[in-house]
Structures are given as structure tokens and as C-alpha cells.
Design a protein around this ligand. Structure first.
Ligand SMILES: NC(=O)c1ccc[n+]([C@@H]2O[C@H](COP(=O)([O-])OP(=O)(O)OC[C@H]3O[C@@H](n4cnc5c(N)ncnc54)[C@H](O)[C@@H]3O)[C@@H](O)[C@H]2O)c1
Ligand SMILES: [Zn+2]
Length: 437
């Protein structure tokens, strides 16, 4: 039986916090819908103390941002984008348009059409998270999206040069310096100055993730990608320093980021908890990490690998780092996760920043029903059909007609009957005679 050596705040407290965010976001989106640019500007001033008449960055501002980065920084950004682009291209190559003859004379096909315009949100409230620009803009580009708009909040009172460089180098068509609900609201709803997009993608804090959720339907969204979560599954093949580092490395994202250790070793569990305390004494971002560890950190002790898989699937964490005697066991049996990091040689940070898999991943158990952002999310798989011969049309038509009448759909039946009469040469009376076929 799984046993908790450390727990976080209660499910009720979490639900209450979520309800508050929901209500706030509802109000902000209604305001943007009603008052457009004026509301966007007011919210930008209120939340980010950032006031402009036009939030679109000019070419000169973009060039200025690029010029502020060192050559090494630009090379590193290009390297990371190259990795993301390569893997996304391989994934795209695995998606084929198909056209098949499923019965003699019956041809069915599907093709993958890129969404026409997307809005890529790049978070930047607490840290200038430039990596998110690679993940959404580069991937949209590989998918073939014709119009890519991107937003990130100001950082320390101005556009973050590294984010803007990443947005630009990734191939964004239009860059706005806007954050939070005002950014995703403006992109989805459109304002006097911002043309609405068809789909929103990218991660963000609880407000951003909730705004995307509420805008879903009005536009498409990639997935529910809110505050980061990490799960470390470890046994005594690794030590406490490795586990504690990997927990705090992701806990630093924000005060509501769960970091959970799942292990079958009580010794490792206790040593890791002690090591977390030691590292919190020296980590420069300990302010945030300490709070998330206190409120959302958990340590769960299991009896064996099977139980660890069950617990991990229940948690359905965004990131799962596996460092055990049999990592492949988890790859083989786990079903709910955003991304797996197998073995101590890799880690979530590699995935977050550079290795090439997408870092925009499902949170709050969304991993039960979706994977993360990838090139396929930007593609609409649509179908088409044609019937090549009279015989095929009559054959399908006869079955169709009977099935329509089983449902009481006389009009549908007649769509079939008219074709059976013309192409099958059979004189079917109007609609009602379907059952006599
Ligand atoms: N799931 C994923 O794939 C993934 C990946 C990377 C990052 N993340 C998450 O992205 C988030 C980034 O968060 P962030 O805050 O640093 O940046 P952010 O850009 O997501 O949010 C900043 C914006 O939040 C808005 N805001 C702040 N306080 C508000 C309030 N009280 N009411 C309404 N709006 C408010 C402001 O408009 C501000 O511009 C983190 O939670 C991180 O864990 C998730
Ligand atoms: Zn991270």
C-alpha cells in the first residue's frame, strides 16, 4: 500500500483556488470582448505596469532586442530551435495523407491541413521563458501554419530581449508584448488592432491556462498546459542529491507547482527530504521553490514497481523522471504522463530547454486524455470521399437507405434512394419504400 511521508495542501483548498481563478478570468475576458483595445491596455497597465498605444513590436524594436544578446546566446537559441524543428519534422513525416479504395469503386481519403492562424503564448511573468517560443512557433512553422502571432509579457518593465529573439528566430509573423489573459483574450477574440486567430497554443500560469480553457470553442486550443508539475520515480540506483535536484529544479517554476517523489526506498525518501532542505538553503530561486515544496510537494512510498506504475498513472503528471533498476518497465506500462525522462542521464530541464521534444505538456491530469503540443496539434485531419462507379453507388445506397429508415430519417433515405434509382436502375418509390429494398 502506498504510504505518504509528506503531503501537500488539501484537494478542497486547491479547488477553492481554482474557482477564484475561474471567476477572475471570466470577468477579464468579458471586459476584453466588450471594450477591445481599451480593456487590453488597462489590464496590461494593471497587471504588468506596461502602457503603450500599440503593443505590437516594431522591426526596429525586434532588431534592438537581438542586438542585446551575446553571440553565444543567439547560437544556443538557434541550437535549441534546430533540435525542436528536427524532431517536429520527423513527427510530421510520420503523418501521411492517405487515399484508399475500401470497397470496389469506393475511395476514401484524409489529408492534414494546417490551421490558418495561431496565437502562440510565451510565458514571462516570473522568468523570461524563451524556450516556449521554440516549442510553439517553430512547431507551428513545421506544420505549415501561414500566420503565426505570438505574445509574451514584459519582463522587468520592457520586452524581454531573449524572448523576442526566440520568437523572431523561430519565424513568428507578428510579435506583441502582452501578457496573461489580456494577451490570449486579445488574440482569440480580436480587437480593433489585433486580428483574431483560429487557435491558441502555449503554456502559462493558472490565469493563462484557464483563459484558454474558457476560450475553447471560440478558438481551438492545444491543451490545458498550466503550472508545471514534476514526478520523480526513483529507487536506490540513484542518490538523494539527484532526486532533490530534480524535484526543486521544477518546483522553482511557481508556488503552485507540485513536485512529487515516488519511491520504493524509505531510505532514499528520507535522505531526499533532508537534501531538499539543504538545497533550499543555497538555491537562488528557493523563495518560490520552498513555497511550492511546502504546499504541493509529496513523498510517496510504494512496495514495488507495479504499485509505482499505478500511483504514477493516478497522478498523471506533466513530467515524469524515471531513475530505477528497470526504467523500461515504466515506458512499457505507464499510460498517463505528458513526457517521460528515462534514466539519470537525461532530465526534465533537457526537455524544457533544448533536447527537442516539446515542453508544452498537459497538467492537472489532462495527461489522461492528451499528450503535449506537437506538430499534429496544428494540423486538422479532414476526410473526403468519392464513388467511382454506378454499381458502388447503388450498393452503398441500398444499405444506406435501410439504415436511414431504422433511424426514421426519410430525407436521408431519399438522398440514397435517388442515387439507387439513377445508378442502380431500380425504381424505388419516394423515401418511404426504403424497407422494401
Ligand atoms: N504546462 C507546461 O507545459 C508549462 C511549460 C512551461 C511553463 N509552464 C508554466 O507557465 C507558468 C508561467 O507563469 P508566469 O506567471 O511566470 O508567467 P505568465 O506569462 O504565464 O503569466 C504572467 C501574466 O499573468 C497575469 N497575472 C498575474 N497575476 C494575475 C492576477 N492576479 N490576475 C490576473 N492575471 C494575473 C499578468 O497579466 C501577467 O502578464 C508557470 O506556472 C509555469 O509552471 C507550464
Ligand atoms: Zn521546467
Amino acid at each position: 500500500m502506498a504510504r505518504w511521508l509528506k503531503t501537500g495542501i488539501s484537494a478542497e483548498d486547491k479547488a477553492e483556488a481554482d474557482a477564484k481563478v475561474r471567476a477572475t478570468v471570466e470577468g477579464l475576458l468579458a471586459d476584453i470582448a466588450a471594450r477591445g483595445d481599451a480593456a487590453v491596455r488597462e489590464l496590461s497597465v494593471k497587471f504588468d505596469r506596461w502602457d503603450r498605444t500599440d503593443y505590437r513590436l516594431t522591426d526596429a524594436e525586434i532588431r534592438e532586442c537581438l542586438s542585446q544578446l551575446r553571440g553565444q546566446d543567439l547560437d544556443d537559441i538557434r541550437f535549441a530551435q534546430e533540435q525542436v524543428r528536427n524532431f517536429a519534422q520527423h513527427q510530421k513525416d510520420a503523418l501521411r495523407d492517405i487515399e484508399v479504395e475500401t470497397l470496389p469503386g469506393v475511395v476514401l481519403g484524409h489529408k492534414n491541413i494546417p490551421v490558418n492562424s495561431v496565437g502562440c503564448y510565451v510565458p514571462g511573468g516570473k522568468y523570461p521563458l524563451l524556450a516556449s517560443a521554440h516549442m510553439s512557433v517553430v512547431t507551428a512553422k513545421v506544420a505549415g501554419v501561414p500566420r503565426i502571432v505570438t505574445c509574451a509579457p514584459p519582463f522587468e518593465g520592457r520586452p524581454a530581449p531573449a524572448i523576442v529573439a526566440a520568437q523572431h528566430l523561430a519565424g513568428a509573423d507578428v510579435i506583441y508584448c502582452l501578457g496573461g489573459v489580456q494577451a490570449v483574450g486579445a488574440m482569440a477574440l480580436g480587437t480593433e488592432s489585433i486580428a483574431a486567430v483560429d487557435m491558441l497554443v502555449g503554456p502559462g500560469n493558472a490565469f493563462v491556462a484557464e483563459a484558454k480553457r474558457q476560450l475553447y470553442g471560440r478558438v481551438g486550443i492545444d491543451l490545458f498546459a498550466g503550472p508545471t508539475e514534476t514526478l520523480v520515480i526513483a529507487d536506490e540506483t540513484v542518490d538523494a542529491e539527484m532526486c532533490a535536484t530534480d524535484l526543486l529544479g521544477q518546483a522553482e517554476h511557481g508556488p503552485t507547482s507540485p513536485a512529487i517523489l515516488l519511491t520504493d526506498s524509505e531510505k532514499l525518501a528520507r535522505e531526499t527530504m533532508a537534501e531538499v532542505e539543504r538545497l533550499l538553503g543555497i538555491l537562488p530561486t528557493a523563495g518560490i521553490a520552498r513555497q511550492s515544496w511546502r504546499d504541493h510537494g509529496e513523498v510517496i512510498l510504494c512496495d514495488n514497481l507495479e504499485e509505482m506504475v499505478r500511483e504514477a498513472d493516478r497522478i498523471a503528471s506533466e513530467h515524469v523522471q524515471v531513475m530505477t533498476r528497470d526504467d523500461d518497465f515504466f515506458l512499457k506500462h505507464m499510460t498517463n504522463y505528458g513526457a517521460l525522462f528515462l534514466g539519470p542521464r537525461t532530465n526534465v530541464s533537457y526537455g524544457d530547454k533544448v533536447i527537442g521534444t516539446n515542453h508544452t505538456l498537459p497538467t492537472q491530469k489532462a495527461a489522461r486524455y492528451t499528450g503535449g503540443l506537437w506538430v499534429g496539434k496544428f494540423l486538422k485531419t479532414v476526410t473526403y470521399q468519392r464513388v467511382l462507379t454506378d454499381e458502388a453507388s447503388a450498393r452503398i445506397g441500398e444499405v444506406c437507405s435501410r439504415l436511414c429508415m431504422l433511424e426514421g430519417f426519410a430525407g436521408h433515405a431519399e438522398q440514397a434512394n435517388v442515387r439507387v434509382r439513377r445508378y442502380g436502375g431500380r425504381n424505388i418509390p419516394y423515401a418511404t419504400a426504403a424497407e422494401k429494398l
